[in-house]
Design a protein around this ligand. Structure first.
Ligand code: SF4
Length: 423
């Protein structure tokens, strides 16, 4: 939460912004710099360096039409949300990006960087650059990145890419790319729902109470090589929105759903249930909201706190008709984030399996006993259809407990009734 707040102070709070996603965002005619990892300071500086006049001139001199930045993993999410920079792919696409033969530099910092990248790069002209002293690779170019000399290092990285452009061999870029809208920070959601003067979560709470929206699910996290790429994310999210559950996302799952077009406002009519579709169409938002990188999950928890504060949906996050899920989790930090959700009172389902399943006692603590302590608990369910059923059932039970499970009869007031109300 502190990291997200500080990044928003440094680089700006995200607001809804257009972007594009999938390998088709790589350019055949321009220098491609792919940023990969997690540190937004690095990617912000690379975006700046790519606009440098001198480097643009150099790119032209090398026969390129310009400098194209694209992202992989959560660095991609950071610069997508703040600058609309296109996303080449999520975790399981990092090697594929190199195999297009169009990536002139892949620059990495920390986390989720496959050790195989060095070997894959050897088969192509791609220059791999590491930047963090904590995560160097043997026989890979290292350009140390520090806050003090950030722009200088960023310019050096972009220069390496420009100089490498003429070394391209066979280039094969898939045509696939999809439009999306991202940038739904808690502040942006507040503004979107109530406008500048009435910004609040009241419209969301009211639509949950009247049943148009049944609840909210935070679907977050990674790709996992044990799961068919993106399949668990997409299947789960489609099922949830079809059941009128608004989905808020962070991390590689948002990239997965974006590739299927779920992050476009027009997807509401195609995929969402009638109630959710009605709200999305009225507000002009997609049924799946992209809130940031995988470390921005605090945005979802702030939104939940705001729903409690707004009233009529219980007194604690654990009273809300909400749930969390990480269908293809891979990184160990996903477990820490999952525990953050559970300890905040959210029912949280993980796919794949948890490495503690060998202990029946510990598993019982996580999946049952925690509920008495936190109001939230863990569940493990690798099958996305069954995971959706668990979440839908949990939200139904919470609605029953709040006394909002039955649709209220709609009353059309005539003038006489209105006068009585006014008295
Ligand atoms: S969501 Fe998971 S795989 Fe993707 S960048 Fe974050 S930690 Fe890595």
């Amino acid at each position: 939460m502190i990291a997200t707040e500080l990044q928003d102070i440094l680089f700006g709070t995200p607001v809804p912004i257009r972007g594009r996603v999938n390998l088709g965002v790589l350019s055949k005619t321009e220098v491609n710099v792919v940023v990969h990892g997690h540190e937004p300071v690095l990617s912000e500086m690379i975006v700046l360096a790519a606009r440098d006049k001198e480097l643009l001139e150099l790119a032209k001199a090398k026969g390129a039409g310009g400098i194209n930045i694209a992202g992989i993993c959560c660095t991609a999410n950071e610069i997508l949300l703040r600058h609309g920079i296109p996303v080449a792919g999520n975790f399981l696409q990092q090697e594929m990006a190199i195999t297009t033969g169009a990536v002139d530099v892949m620059v990495v910092d920390v986390q989720c960087v496959m050790a195989s990248l060095r070997e894959v790069c050897k088969c192509y002209h791609t220059e791999l650059i590491t930047t963090s002293p904590k995560a160097r690779m043997e026989n890979v170019r290292f350009i140390p990145f520090s806050e003090e000399a950030a722009l200088t290092a960023a310019k050096e990285i972009v220069r390496v890419a420009v100089m490498n452009f003429p070394n391209r061999r066979k280039v094969e870029i898939p045509r696939e790319q999809v439009d999306l809208i991202a940038g739904f920070s808690h502040e942006a959601i507040t503004y979107m729902l109530g406008g500048r003067f009435r910004g609040s979560y009241r419209p969301l709470n009211e639509n949950i109470i009247n049943g148009r929206i049944k609840g909210v699910a935070g679907v977050v996290g990674c790709n996992n090589p044990k799961v068919k790429h993106d399949s668990a994310h997409v299947e789960l999210v489609k099922e949830l929105i079809a059941n009128d559950i608004l989905v808020v996302q962070t991390g590689c799952t948002a990239i997965a759903c974006a590739k299927c077009g779920l992050l476009r406002p027009e997807s509401a009519a195609q995929f969402a249930g009638p109630g959710l579709a009605e709200v999305c169409e009225a507000v002009g938002m997609p049924p799946v909201l992209h809130s940031g990188s995988c470390v921005d999950n605090s945005r979802i928890l702030i939104a939940l706190s705001e729903m409690v504060r707004m009233g009529n949906l219980g007194k604690d996050i654990s009273d809300l008709p909400v749930a969390g899920a990480a269908p293809e989790w891979m990184s160990e930090k996903a477990v820490a984030i999952g525990q953050y959700f559970v300890a905040s009172g959210v029912f949280t389902v993980f796919g794949v399996g948890l490495p503690v399943a060998g202990s029946a006692k510990f598993s019982r603590l996580l999946t049952e006993d925690y509920e008495q302590v936190f109001g939230g608990r863990w569940a493990v369910e690798p099958d996305p259809a069954r995971m959706a059923a668990l979440i839908i059932d949990h939200i139904r039970k919470k609605r029953e407990k709040l006394g909002i499970s039955k649709a209220k009869e709609r009353v059309l007031y005539d003038m006489e009734m209105r006068r009585e109300l006014a008295i």
